[in-house]
Design a protein around this ligand. Structure first.
Ligand code: BJW
Length: 235
């Protein structure tokens, strides 16, 4: 069975990583356009560095939860071909044991040089004084993440995986950010069965064949067990 899973901030919420869209419209006290756009970075690079430095430090203190672990288990099930796509920039899927994760919005534990394009591991704070280890430029390093107006990573691979899959499952995502919010429509156009797992109704709930409500840490392991028994019954 070919399954494409798309995860969003909701899957990491129970690990203590805040989701994005708070009721106040702010993101950890900031306007999204100030901290997650190339224009915001050009206007005030140090504000953006400080914002991501804080999130990077917090990420190093949290742990994966049962939802991350259940997806890692699913990838190892014989008869399941899983493509795991995440919008999250944390590394909790990897730490739970998932070996292949497509980070369409980049990775917080990587940095990129705006001058030469090199991508490097990054567990330390970045600042305007950071030096590119490849081209030795100064004031050119940025978080390796996809901001508004930038093109997400791996879209061709994702589109191919969705169109050839049997099932598309979105977990803990608000369905408000494109192109990820369109994946369910791409799946439906390809005749793929679609399922949403979310704490609350999302902007895209109406497009899915089925929506289940609950905390990811509870409903994802249940769904994974369901898939395992259905695969076992077939074999
Ligand atoms: C739980 C739970 C629990 C909570 N259990 N569930 C007008 C119309 C259409 C599109 C556009 C438009 N104007 C501009 C655009 C495009 C723009 C866009 O979508 N804007 C919208 C705001 C309208 N998109 C872009 O610019 C993208 N690029 C692009 O379009 O390029 C053009 C192009 C595309 C394709 C081909 C060629 C060209 C880039 C988008 C980049 C998004 N970047 C961010 C920041 C990444 C770095 C970082 O993290 O700092 O990505 S923004 C932020 O939102 C982050 C997330 O990955 C993303 C999605 O958020 P997510 O995961 O859905 O989180 P939340 O908080 O919104 O929702 C949490 C959900 O969890 C909720 O539903 C809860 O109920 C649930 N939940 N606890 C289960 N315990």
């Amino acid at each position: 069975m070919k399954i494409v899973v798309l995860t969003g901030a909701g899957i990491s919420a129970e690990s203590g990583v805040p989701t994005f869209r708070g009721s106040d419209g702010l993101w950890e006290g900031h306007r999204v356009e100030d901290v997650a756009s190339p224009e915001g970075f050009a206007r005030d690079p140090q504000l953006v560095h400080t914002f991501y430095n804080g999130r990077r430090r917090k990420l190093l203190e949290v742990e994966p939860n049962p939802a991350h672990r259940a997806l890692a288990k699913l990838a190892r099930v014989r008869g399941v071909d899983l493509t795991l796509v995440t919008q999250n920039i944390d590394d909790l899927h990897e730490r739970a044991g998932s070996e292949e994760v497509l980070h369409m919005h980049g990775e917080l534990l990587k940095a990129r040089c705006n001058e030469c394009g090199v991508v490097i591991p990054c567990r330390e704070d970045l600042s305007r004084a950071s030096i590119c280890p490849a081209c030795k430029g100064i004031d050119c390093m940025r978080p390796h993440v996809v901001w508004f107006g930038e093109v997400p990573f791996g879209l061709d691979e994702i589109a191919a995986a969705i169109s050839s899959s049997d099932r598309f499952v979105a977990i803990g995502t608000s369905g408000r950010v494109y192109p990820a919010a369109s994946f369910v429509s791409w799946a439906r156009q390809a005749g793929v069965s679609t399922l949403e797992l979310n704490l609350e109704e999302s902007a895209a709930s109406g497009v899915f064949h089925e929506s289940r409500r609950g905390r990811a840490g509870e409903i994802v392991p249940l769904w994974v067990e369901e898939v395992i028994s259905s695969v076992n019954q077939r074999s």
